[in-house]
Design a binder for this molecule. Structure first.
Ligand code: MSP
Length: 608
């Protein structure tokens, strides 16, 4: 049995109604069926918060201002400090946000922490703190990690923020007014880690949740329900008309088959949980953590000091352009959330992208399983650029990817230290020796009629295409191919011998260096979304200032930015090679060549 509803009556008597007996498909509560009577929600008292919030839902349309690019990460649970799995989504979101900024879009990059619910209350208790103190500590840890990873978010929303709470209550009241909230009892199997009632058929033996490998608990609660089933047809039609709503496309199939198999109303309140936002008009219940947290995507849009209202938040940028999430929370984002928005008369986001998992030994890396990888440790040892690059390059965005330290080290050494770092260093060394570090030609003149220029232009166009399609690994690959082409060009042309020969050959050699440095300039822009600090160092080696780097846009990837007379900085390695030294039979010691503090800041680096 997937779960049973207990129909509540106003006089407090309950009738147990197994799903099968009321003619429902096995996993659907189908609240719209006549047998399933809705109970009126608690009476609205004169002091009711709901009343003051109620607007005319249908007629309130969000005004469409100049459209910002609004990208969100999930709001992370604060039951435990961040791990590499949570960092992964945020790194990817940051890369996409940076790319959109390069396209000169106004970007609103939203991240934050999901702080209510049973799981968090239990974690706080286990740590001997009150929930609020606990949330402050873990939320701060997230913010600190984002700093270390060079994450440039615009909004950080905490679901315990009172402004968020006001938005959630107002939204709840809209949905209530629209007739989509009713009271009923429910009995089913609950996974606290998923914060979700499960269908028995989804579970392993002994009711074990396949995601968290922990047993679900049987619960029976008197809850408020959201009439999800009412939106089945609308969701089906929406997905037919908007096939790009769920990406990658193979995840769309999954979403469509969930919907097709019948949508079940879900409970949006908890009597057993104190640590949450109180249900308007019923102080004995708190709002279900997912119903609460999803609204963080909207409440985050409130401007500082602005009156906290749903409409104010919505008019500051809703709908989101892109929700970036892991595949485990696709159902919440691609089914529950759109239906909630439809109910409240708000626009739906443009896209939900469900990426894969980072795994360790084939198992999802996660706080609940305790098989995590410490992102802080990785950043301290290898630097933010290396961490960002590895995960975005290694894992095809959308699919799962396994972490291996050897692979990490080999990849960043080969790509960042050798292909890019060494090429730049060699070229600047030759320029210093032979041209006093000054460019003798404009790059446009140096490359006239040269196929190398076409190669770079094609690759940078390819990189743009991949970024636009969220194929971050392929975008990295295309940019790296510019570096590969630069290395081949250097080897073929051997400018050092041209300088030795003098005369016209020396002039050709000077042009060759300009050509390679122009390619390096383009790499510094095109790889900037992925490795921002490394790219700044490259740009500064090319004689530009920090401000010039800040002002760069994607249009600057056009060939021709390097001008005659530009003086390069003294050649200095931009990326430290990581030493991968085996000690003993089975112990592998990895060490950054220099002092690790300096390395993580990207200074005092040693060249490969
Ligand atoms: N709090 C909810 C999200 C609410 S959004 C309104 C939540 N939080 S979480 O901390 O458990 O997970 C946040 C994100 O991290 C999810 O997208 C999840 O997929 C992602 N990851 C957690 N472990 C992961 C891996 N091992 N690999 C990749 N991402 C994974 O769910």
């Amino acid at each position: 049995m997937a779960g049973r509803v207990l129909l509540s009556t106003q006089n407090g008597l309950y009738a147990l109604a197994p799903l099968s007996s009321i003619g429902l498909r096995s996993n659907s509560l189908a609240a719209s069926l006549p047998l399933f009577r809705r109970c009126p929600v608690a009476p609205i008292s004169s002091s009711s918060r709901c009343r003051s919030h109620l607007g005319t839902v249908a007629e309130e349309k969000e005004p469409r201002k100049a459209e910002p690019f609004v990208i969100t990460t999930p709001l992370y649970y604060v039951n435990a400090p961040p791990h590499m799995g949570s960092a992964y989504t945020t790194i990817a979101a940051d890369a996409i946000a940076r790319f959109q900024r390069l396209l000169e879009k106004k970007v609103i990059f939203i991240t934050g922490t999901d702080e209510h619910g049973e799981k968090i209350a239990a974690a706080a208790e286990a740590s001997g703190r009150n929930p609020s103190e606990h949330c402050d500590i873990v939320s701060h840890a997230y913010q600190m990690l984002w700093k270390e990873l060079d994450i440039e978010y615009d909004k950080f929303i905490r679901t315990t923020d009172s402004r968020h709470e006001a938005v959630v209550k107002e939204f709840y009241c809209r949905v209530l007014k629209n007739g989509d909230i009713y009271r009923a009892d429910y009995e089913g199997l609950y996974c606290v880690n998923c914060e979700e009632y499960k269908d028995e058929k989804e579970l392993l033996e002994n009711n074990i949740c396949p995601m968290h490998q922990k047993p679900c608990v049987r619960r029976k609660e008197d809850n408020y329900f959201f009439a999800l089933s009412k939106y089945q047809r609308m969701l089906e039609e929406f997905l037919i008309q908007n096939p790009d709503f769920v990406k990658p496309s193979f995840r769309l199939n999954e979403v469509q088959s969930w919907i097709k198999s019948g949508l079940r109303d879900f409970s949006i309140s908890r009597t057993s949980v104190d640590w949450g936002i109180t249900v308007p008009n019923d102080g004995r219940q708190t709002i279900y953590v997912w119903f609460d947290a999803l609204l963080g995507y909207i409440s985050a849009l409130l401007e500082d000091g602005e009156k906290p209202g749903l409409q104010q938040a919505v008019s500051s940028g809703w709908p989101a352009s892109l929700h970036l999430i892991g595949k485990d929370i696709l159902r919440f984002h691609a089914v529950y959330w759109p239906a909630m928005l439809m109910s409240a008369g708000l626009s739906l986001p443009n896209m939900v992208f469900g990426h894969g998992f980072l795994t360790k030994d084939g198992m999802k890396m996660g706080k609940s399983l305790g098989n995590t990888l410490e992102p802080k440790d990785l950043v301290d040892r290898f630097g933010a650029d290396a961490v960002r690059y590895f995960f975005l390059r290694e894992v095809e965005f959308g699919n799962d990817g396994d972490y291996s330290e050897d692979r990490f080290i080999n990849m960043v050494n080969a790509h960042l230290a050798n292909t890019i770092g060494n090429l730049l260093n060699r070229t600047l060394g030759l320029l210093k020796k032979n041209c006093q570090s000054m460019l003798a030609f404009d790059s446009s003149i140096a490359a006239e009629g040269h196929p190398f220029k076409d190669t770079v232009e094609k690759l940078v166009e390819k990189a743009r295409y991949h970024y636009e399609n969220l194929s971050l690994s392929s975008a990295c690959e295309s940019v790296l191919d510019i570096g590969n082409a630069g290395n081949s060009y250097m080897d073929e042309r051997a400018p050092w011998s041209g300088f030795k020969q003098g005369g016209a050959s020396s002039e050709m050699a000077a042009k060759d260096l300009v050509i390679i440095l122009e390619a390096m300039r383009i790499i510094a822009i095109a790889l900037r979304p992925i490795t921002p600090s490394l790219c700044l160092r490259i740009y500064m080696q090319l004689g530009f200032s920090n401000d010039q780097f800040e002002a760069v846009t994607w249009s600057d990837t056009k060939w021709g930015g390097m001008k005659a007379g530009q003086i390069m900085a003294d050649p200095k390695p931009v990326f430290a090679r990581i030493e991968n030294r085996k000690e003993g039979e089975d112990e592998v010691v990895h060490k950054v060549v220099k002092d690790k503090k300096k390395t993580s800041r990207g200074q005092g680096l040693v060249q490969a």
